[in-house]
Design a protein. Structure first.
Length: 537
């Protein structure tokens, strides 16, 4: 019992030493010499291994091989713990000071969560050993003490620390694998997002080197990801640092990117500092050829939408237009019949003839006006030039086409034809303005026909060299919940089958092409849309 070493660390050490020295010697000075050499070499190898693993972790982390770096840091920490506690003098050994720098470096490289887990594990293990050291002498010296108890203690002093260490190691590695799996999933998610972007994205570090780039960026610059990573962004893009800095400060710039073995590609470059990580710069690359193609497609779709809207408007007015033309035709037929009867009866009354012919002329002009309005609505405005003209003619043509439909629903159209502002002449594209006016009148009609007092008024006003044409209906205005959406593309409040017209979004873009604007007057008690056009040439 007296020869029993109550420290489990020494028990492990003695076990290894006895097996190692049994072949060489069992007593005498050689034993002391070999013991000293063994412990020195063992301790030195542990320190050296811990430092090598820590430095390897540092190198791998610098090379962005985080998986390998984490493994090296873990091994460094465990070499430090194992050599200090198991083989170098116990839980309070000063040898731990030699391991401290390597252990701190390993904990730093493992990160906050892993480092905390490693420290807590080491503290737990040391606490367990200290507890055994305090309890074991009392147990062995008690009345229950025996050779069997001493052997059991020696066995447990060797096995239990190993069991605790193995359990902690398993839990640590399990946590590590869980974190690594979550990190891999996060990286795949991030990679999937940037690869799905329709623009090229390059991330540059503070040294001007590319650390990440998506697929579109690879296509634009004509190199693969391996070549892209680690390369200088200025060299890949063919720009100077000053140009890149200007892109950050301004709204970007257009450049031509030279590609290996391919034609230079026109690109719009934008750069911005990554929020929260100022050492990184995000560079976006937009293929201008692709952008122009998309713009053409948008214009083509917009043109098709305009054609469809015109057809929808014509279809919606078809019944009213037929009635509008039939009425004056019936009037003309009646007047010609009266003239024919008077001629057959040889009743030549010049004043009466002139009156009848005047009525026929006015009625035929009415038909001409309706047809002219239809021509304007149905005409393609592509290639249409600006004409020097008065707005009253457009208003007369469009209101004439709509009159019968509005009249059949009891909706009155009010036009102040005495207002001289209607007759002021200036340059505008007649077809486009007429189509926008038609769309506003149709919208006003759908709102006014639901009111008790049904009317639509068209006003004109000149203010600060700007001509304002307003369409007002008897409604109480646009509801607040849809006020911000009315100019969105394809937004409508009409029922299915009522037609959508041009839409306020397309109408506004047509007016903006004139250098003007289309807006909702929110100060009006009724629904009031205003077309504002510049009067200068």
């Amino acid at each position: 019992m007296d020869s029993l070493d109550l420290k489990p660390q020494a028990a492990i050490r003695d076990l290894l030493l006895q097996r190692f020295l049994k072949v060489i010697t069992v007593s005498g000075p050689p034993y002391l010499l070999m013991t000293l050499m063994f412990e020195t070499l063992w301790g030195f190898s542990g320190i050296l291994t811990a430092y090598l693993c820590a430095m390897s972790a540092w190198v791998w982390r610098w090379k962005r091989r985080n998986y390998v770096a984490s493994h090296c840091a873990t091994w460094s920490l465990w070499f430090a713990v194992a050599h200090n506690i198991w083989f170098t003098g116990g839980s309070h050994s000063p040898v731990m000071l030699w391991f401290a720098p390597a252990s701190l470096l390993a904990i730093f490289l493992l990160g906050r969560g892993w480092g905390l887990a490693a420290v807590l594990g080491a503290v737990l293990y040391i606490s367990f050993i200290v507890l055994i050291e305090k309890l074991a002498p009392n147990l062995i010296r008690s009345d229950l003490g025996s050779g069997l108890l001493a052997e059991t203690y020696r066995y447990l002093s060797v096995c239990l620390p190993l069991l605790v260490s193995a359990s902690f190691g398993y839990l640590t590695m399990w946590q590590y694998e869980q974190a690594r799996s979550a990190l891999d999933e996060s990286q795949r998610w991030f990679r999937g997002i940037i690869d799905s972007l329709p623009v090229g994205v390059i991330i540059e570090n503070q040294d001007g080197l590319i650390v990440q780039g998506n697929r579109e960026a690879q296509r634009i610059v004509g190199v693969d990801l391996e070549t892209l990573q680690g390369a200088a962004a200025t060299a890949i893009l063919g720009v100077q640092n000053s140009e890149l800095a200007r892109s950050i400060a301004e709204d970007g710039q257009d450049i031509d990117v030279s590609r290996p073995g391919q034609k230079a590609l026109p690109v719009h470059l934008n750069a911005a500092k990554l929020e929260g990580f100022d050492q990184f710069t995000i560079i976006s690359l937009v293929n201008r050829n692709q952008q122009k193609k998309l713009e053409r497609e948008v214009k083509e779709k917009e043109a098709k939408a305009i054609v469809a809207a015109r057809l929808a408007s014509l279809g919606e007015m078809a019944g009213g237009i037929a009635h509008e033309i039939n009425n004056p035709l019936a009037i003309i037929t009646g007047y010609t019949s009266r003239l024919t009867r008077l001629i057959h009866k040889d009743r030549y009354e010049p004043d009466h003839f002139i009156k009848l012919l005047g009525n026929i002329d006015r009625t035929s002009k009415r038909i001409s006006q309706i047809i002219n309005g239809l021509r304007i609505i149905s005409r393609n405005s592509d290639g249409e030039g600006y004409e020097y003209q008065a707005m009253i003619q457009v208003v007369e043509d469009i209101s004439g086409v709509s009159f019968e439909k509005f009249n059949s629903h009891g909706v009155e159209i009010r036009i102040d034809r005495e207002n001289q502002d209607f007759f002021e002449r200036f340059y505008f594209r007649r077809v486009q303005v007429a189509q926008v006016l038609m769309n506003l009148l149709n919208n006003a009609f759908h709102a006014a026909r639901e009111q008790a007092d049904k009317w639509i008024e068209i006003q004109a006003r000149i203010n600060n060299q700007k001509f304002q044409l307003a369409v007002i209906d008897s409604g109480s205005g646009v509801p607040k919940e849809i006020e911000e959406k009315i100019f969105d593309p394809f937004f409508t409040t009409k029922e299915v089958g009522e037609g959508t017209g041009l839409g306020l979004g397309i109408s506004r873009s047509m007016i903006e092409d004139h250098g003007g604007q289309l807006f909702l007057d929110q100060s009006s008690p009724h629904t009031r849309f205003v077309i504002e056009l510049p009067m200068h040439e």
